[in-house]
Design a protein around this ligand. Structure first.
Ligand code: GPP
Ligand code: MG
Length: 295
């Protein structure tokens, strides 16, 4: 088993503890304790456990189903939209072969990593500062019989200890709001080969409408995160030799997911806040694709 779990093993790799700050400890504690039906029950639909939101229109007929069928149909529909989000992310990876190695920065329960391996046959390393998530995702890899190709490590994405120049693609799927972007992209620049690619889906606040809105602050509070302004992504990418090639505002595409989620049995209470933030324009759901040209 190549999975690295435990503080000691990870410290040996990077020379530093995985959790460096009180903030990182609180983030790890949040995700170690997380067992939310909005994530577990959706994952149980087909075994891909996601920690991100959905895109695309939902089939409104699920809302009209009789009580005994409605709940599960809504959950399956939400899961379909979350998997569609991962598919869109993967659509922007460019050419990836089975010989390539990829990195999932903040890999959660592994859903997107398994989808990448299935689509491209590539190797994937996922890193997370949540030991519980690393264990969960590693168990999934073993169950799927891909533990030799898809590995999860208890490591910090700011300092992964992985080999320099070893990655063809690195992605982050809703994880960048937990880290300093300059530090993150410095590490990703170290890991990517020349011509490699970085793909990101994130929520960011809108510089144009001013500072952090009340709704954005409430989202930060809910997840113990620190949502960045849109500008900070492009500043940090440029400073680390990343050249954006595609930027898509997914805000309109994610609103139906939040509407459906608000009327589901697994709503967590944050749904109206997301809808407010998106509709008032203080918050975007963004896909950013950037090529690494720093070799
Ligand atoms: C992960 O999804 C959510 C985050 C990392 C929070 C921040 C994301 C933004 C775009 C601001 P999840 O599936 O664990 O969340 P939930 O439990 O609400 O479904
Ligand atoms: Mg979720």
């Amino acid at each position: 088993m190549t999975t690295t779990t435990g503080q000691d093993a990870a410290s040996i790799v990077t020379g530093q503890p995985v959790l460096r700050t009180a903030y990182q400890q609180s983030v790890a504690a949040y995700w170690n304790a997380e067992r939310d039906p909005v994530n577990i029950r959706l994952g149980e639909v087909d075994g891909f456990y996601h920690h991100h939101y959905g895109i695309g229109d939902y089939d409104a007929s699920v809302l009209e189903l009789p009580a005994g069928l409605r709940d599960q149909a809504i959950i399956a529909e939400m899961h379909r939209l979350e998997s569609a989000q991962s598919d869109l992310l993967l659509d922007h990876f460019g050419t990836v072969s089975a010989a390539d190695r990829l990195l999932d920065g903040g890999s959660g329960r592994g859903g997107t990593s398994f989808m990448a391996n299935l689509r491209f046959g590539c190797e994937v390393d996922g890193v997370s500062i949540s030991e519980a998530q690393v264990q969960f995702a590693s168990d999934q890899a073993a169950k799927r019989g891909v533990a030799d190709r898809v590995r999860f490590h208890y490591r910090n994405m700011l300092d992964t200890g992985l080999e320099a120049g070893s990655r063809q693609v690195i992605w982050t799927n809703e994880t960048t709001m937990y880290v300093d972007l300059q530090e993150l992209y410095r590490e990703f620049a170290r890991l990517l080969r020349g011509g490699g690619r970085y793909v990101c889906i994130t929520g960011c606040y809108n510089d144009v409408t001013g500072g952090r809105s009340k709704a954005v602050s409430q989202i930060d509070q809910h997840y113990t995160c620190n949502i960045h302004p849109r500008s900070e992504y492009f500043r940090a990418l440029a400073a680390n030799d990343f050249v954006p090639i595609t930027v898509i505002d997914l805000t309109a595409d994610t609103i139906p997911y939040w509407e459906l989620r608000a009327s589901s049995s697994v709503a967590t209470g944050i749904e109206d806040t997301f809808l407010t933030a998106y509709r008032e324009g203080s918050f975007h759901y963004l896909l950013i694709v950037a090529d690494y040209v720093g070799w």
